[in-house]
Design a protein around this ligand. Sequence first.
Ligand code: FMN
Length: 188
Amino acid sequence: MTTYTVGFLVGSISSTSINRRLSRALVKLAPQADLTLTEIPIAGLPFYSADNDGAIPAEAAEFKAAIEASDAVILITPEYNRSVPGVLKNALDTASRPWGQNSLAGKPSAVIGGSIGPIGTAVAQQHLRSILSFLASPELSQPEAYIHMRDGLFTEDGDVTDDSTTEFLVSWLKAVHTHIAKSLSDVS
Ligand SMILES: Cc1cc2nc3c(=O)[nH]c(=O)nc-3n(C[C@H](O)[C@H](O)[C@H](O)COP(=O)(O)O)c2cc1C
């Protein structure tokens, strides 16, 4: 089976981010789904401004190039105030511009997120799907992946302590693989 290279964005810059733990788990489990996951960092991106469209900042250009070089992107989002954290929205705005140079157009994507709340980022993910839809990124619709981050579910290193969560994450990654294969075959 083809191994796809997937860039992932972590929508939290917290040093204690539970979504970063989730990202580490996904990196470890990805080979079981014939995926290689590589982070595309967003913490150093300047705030997007149309003033810079004529001369894109180097960090933004590097970020856009990394998305374009990936077969697909995975967005790992916290939920902040029932929406997408600003740092992640800024990254998506940066990816989308200058007008006509949307790095996410046609790029397969998948969303997942973890929250201490029981609905596991469901509302933030709906907002994220709306943004990705506008950006013409074909999204994995099912299975949805709302992770309720109970204490101890993930170790700091990204080991999952619960078998059913491990099984779910591997099955979700396999669905991401199928989604990428289908999306890329549709455009070739
Ligand atoms: C500004 C802010 C807003 C939050 N809003 C929500 C929310 O709407 N829903 C939710 O389930 N948790 C919410 N939380 C709690 C987060 O789930 C929790 O802080 C989580 O650790 C954030 O993910 P991170 O550690 O990867 O940054 C919020 C936290 C912060 C700091």
